[in-house]
Design a protein around this ligand. Structure first.
Ligand SMILES: [Fe+2]
Ligand SMILES: [Fe+2]
Length: 216
């Protein structure tokens, strides 16, 4: 990996990748539990594959974070908001609230992860950081997770297994948790010349219309 990062960028980028690795482990655990609970074979297979992808992403980000940093990061406590996010997902999984789980995991968390990753990807491309092929594979997989979750939810909205008003409420709640994560990493984003406030807006803009209330 050829790294030609300006001094001052490598450390916050490393810490961001470390927080993202924490997020990937949350996604891995959640997808593995979704796979075990899924009532149809197609969903079960997809979630199982997703869990494998997320584990790969976590290992990749952790490795990249270590490579970029001159310091050792603690494995936990990077983002209290992310830990809170994980607790909410964990409670929803435990209670079998699968619509909420897919909203929290595939719709909002994937959306946030893919957004941050695609921006970092642009930044890393501009700065000549290597691993292009690896980064494009990860982005493609994240988009597939988001796409699958969106379709899964839309099928339920159509057949009445998911109520539109309830869905919007749950989306709003998880977008609020995502805001908290962005607030936690705002300083790190600033360190790589990104803006947490713009990300907050973009997370909302990228969601489907039914999720944000643009279409009743
Ligand atoms: Fe991932
Ligand atoms: Fe993902």
């Amino acid at each position: 990996m050829a790294v030609v990062l300006a001094s001052g960028i490598a450390e916050p980028l490393s810490q961001l990748l470390s927080v993202m690795a924490d997020g990937e482990y949350i996604a891995r655990d959640c997808a593995a539990r979704q796979a075990r609970a899924a009532s149809d074979e197609r969903s079960s297979r997809f979630f199982r594959a997703q869990a494998t992808h997320e584990r790969f992403h976590a290992l990749l980000f952790r490795q990249a974070a270590r490579y970029l940093s001159s310091k050792k990061h603690a494995k936990t406590n990077h983002s209290l908001g992310l830990r809170r996010y994980a607790r909410q997902l964990d409670a929803a999984v435990g209670a079998g609230r699968w619509n909420e789980v897919v909203i929290g995991q595939q719709l909002v968390l994937e959306n946030l992860g893919e957004l941050v990753l695609s921006k970092l990807d642009d930044e890393m491309s501009r700065r000549g950081v290597g691993m292009e092929r690896m980064r494009s594979i990860v982005l493609r997989q994240e988009r597939a997770h988001y796409h699958f979750g969106t379709q899964w939810l839309e099928a339920r909205l159509l057949d009445g297994r998911l109520d539109a008003v309830e869905a919007k409420d749950v989306v709003e709640r998880y977008v609020g948790f995502a805001d908290r994560v962005l607030l936690d990493v705002a300083g790190l984003l600033e360190g790589v010349e990104a803006d947490a406030e713009l990300y907050r807006q973009e997370v909302r803009e990228r969601l489907p219309d039914w999720a944000t209330g643009a279409i009743a």
